[in-house]
Design a protein around this ligand. Structure first.
Ligand SMILES: Nc1nc2c(ncn2[C@@H]2O[C@H](COP(=O)(O)OP(=O)(O)OP(=O)(O)O)[C@@H](O)[C@H]2O)c(=O)[nH]1
Ligand SMILES: [Mg+2]
Length: 562
């Protein structure tokens, strides 16, 4: 994208609305997305910092007045500077707490949406991390009223906190606090500390602090176990602040330049792609669906629910995964299979190979297909593709054989017309000619699996003419004619028996194919389930480790308080 675009519009006295043009852009991005959202009070340099992340001097517009500039949520999709397989999606949000706003309620929704959509959330504040800055993060204490993790209600404790906070741990973005115009020295009790330690210290419980503040700290610690803090100097002197985006780097405070660079490097190197349950990567397309689902839910007056959104996403994604797999199968079959095949095995072998790959294509995209409904659908569709392929193969073979027979037997047809065989000894002559043609027919390659069937039908259609030649041939006795009729009949029924046997064998092969196909699906599914199980286990371990960290921190804090 050349420049940012509004993704979620927030017009006065209106509901939040998704901008369809921006949505189209998101839905054209097939890569996984690293989504960085910035939130914080209005007029605190959020848009300016996001432009730094974009590596551009201008982009998100800055206002030089005290009036809020950014409205709603703006989006800028850029190639990820460090990872060419990912797209960096920057979300710049409307400043919170503007007193001129008519719809304060939407502030809370913008905050909630930033959490729901991002994989890294930057909270921007001015000065220092103090009671004021923490209290302004009040939205974090109300998140359980704005975001539901599970579709079924979970218990809520007295202070409004959802007891099942493990779920928040799994689904919430990494948290980065950006402290702007930071003028203090990073020291605690005379010892230098890092900016992360500064944040951790600010988030510690202190004796006698107001309950509201205590809750805000607790919520940040609990919901955002992964935390970082960056402090920034004032970027320029007062006179230049109103035209920061026109200043070259040389004119900025050198400290600010280094700090901004460090912040950007951290985001580029450490910000993870957006993921949903089970470690499934969110692409731009999926992010677009998430935006629509959440904004629609909020507009309808309900609370956005992560689980419901993921189920809706899974349905969309799994339908697309089936479609991808079938498209892949069809394209490969078209490329690698020439009809008619000489044998049914030849066709089944090619089918098996691309069925296997099609299942892989499906499993690479599908997720949360808990009852395997989508994989079953894929199995059924691939089976019907196979039946279709077999019919096309038979028809191609029939067409070819009929064309060959017509051409080969053209002389005989002409001889029929001319009466060449309607003379004494004509029948033997006819038999000779026919034998010669049949030999040629048998030797001809590329006739496919219907060669015998086509021949049987062809000879049947010529039977009456052959009989009339036989009966008209005066060189043969009645007895000889009777024997010949018998011979022809016996030959036809032998041919029919042969065909019957062939069909039976093919039916057995098709049944074996079904069995093989089932086993292939099962084998790949088992491998995928094992992979998912490992991912879930890793996710569970991560949650457990973080809970342990929280418990340890609590222990330390209690010691500090005592
Ligand atoms: N003091 C100070 N001013 C800044 C900083 N960064 C940007 N500004 C200036 O502050 C003004 C507002 O900057 P924006 O980036 O538009 O701030 P914002 O938080 O996006 O504002 P809203 O979109 O209205 O919420 C502009 O004049 C910027 O040049 C900073 O780090 N410190
Ligand atoms: Mg702004």
């Amino acid at each position: 994208m050349e420049e940012p675009m509004c993704l979620i519009e927030n017009n006065p006295n209106e509901q939040l609305r998704v901008n369809q043009e921006a949505l189209k852009i998101l839905q054209s991005i097939q890569q996984p997305v690293v989504v960085v959202a910035i939130v914080g009070l209005y007029r605190t340099g959020k848009s300016y910092l996001m432009n730094k992340l974009a590596g551009k001097k201008k982009g998100f517009s800055l206002g030089a007045t005290i009036q809020a500039e950014t409205m709603g949520i703006w989006m800028w999709c850029l190639p990820h500077p460090e990872n060419p397989d990912h797209t960096l999606v920057l979300l710049d949000t409307e400043g919170l707490g503007d007193v001129e706003k008519s719809n304060i309620e939407n502030d809370a929704w913008i905050f909630a949406l930033s959490i729901l959509l991002s994989s890294t959330l930057v909270y921007n504040s001015m000065g220092i991390i103090d009671q004021f800055a923490l209290e302004k993060l009040q939205y974090v204490t109300e998140l359980t009223k704005r975001i539901k993790v599970k579709a079924t209600a979970t218990k809520t404790s007295e202070d409004g906190e959802e007891e099942n906070s493990d779920d928040f741990l799994r689904f919430f973005p990494a948290f980065v606090w950006a402290v702007r115009d930071f003028t203090l020295q990073l020291k605690l009790n005379g010892c230098p500390i890092s900016s992360d330690e500064y944040l951790e210290n600010a988030l510690r419980r202190k004796k006698g602090q107001p309950k509201k503040l205590d809750l805000a700290k607790k919520c940040i610690r609990q919901y955002f176990p992964s935390r970082k803090c960056f402090v920034f100097d004032r970027p320029a002197g007062s006179r230049d602040l109103s035209e920061l985006d026109d200043l070259s780097e040389k004119m900025l405070s050198p400290n600010f330049v280094v700090q901004a660079h460090r912040f950007c490097q951290h985001i580029y190197e450490s910000a993870q792609p957006k993921m949903i349950e089970g470690g499934h990567l969110v692409t731009g397309i999926l992010l677009g669906h998430l935006v629509v689902t959440y904004v629609d839910t909020i507009s309808s007056g309900s609370i956005p629910c992560i689980e419901n959104a993921v189920v809706a996403l899974a349905q969309i994604e799994n339908t697309a995964a089936v479609h991808d797999a079938i498209t892949y199968y069809e394209a490969e079959i078209e490329k690698h299979l020439k009809l008619p095949t000489e044998t049914i095995e030849e066709l089944l072998k090619v089918h098996a190979q691309y069925e296997k790959e099609a299942i892989k294509v499906f499993l690479a995209r599908a997720f949360k297909d808990d009852d395997h409904d989508y994989q079953k659908e894929l199995g059924e569709r691939l089976q019907s593709k196979l039946s279709e392929l077999c019919s096309r193969n038979e028809q191609a073979s029939l067409d070819r054989c009929q064309a060959v027979l017509l051409e080969l037997f053209q002389d005989l047809e002409e001889n029929f017309g001319k009466g060449t065989y309607s003379v004494a000894g004509g029948y033997l002559k006819f038999l000779d000619h026919q034998k010669e043609k049949l030999e040629q027919y048998h030797l001809l390659p590329g006739k496919g699996i219907m060669a015998s069937k086509a021949l049987e039908e062809f000879l049947k259609s010529k039977e009456a003419a052959a009989q009339s030649i036989l009966q008209a041939d005066r060189t043969l006795t009645e007895k000889e004619k009777e024997l010949e009729v018998e011979r022809v009949r016996a030959e036809a029924s032998a041919q029919e028996a042969k065909l019957h046997k062939q069909m039976k064998e093919e039916a057995i092969k098709m049944a074996q194919e079904k069995e093989r196909s089932y086993k292939e699906h099962e084998a790949q599914l088992m491998a995928k389930m094992e992979e998912d199980r490992k991912k879930m286990q890793a996710e569970h371990e991560m949650v457990m480790n973080r809970k342990l960290e929280v418990i340890e921190q609590r222990g330390l804090q209690l010691q500090n308080i005592q």
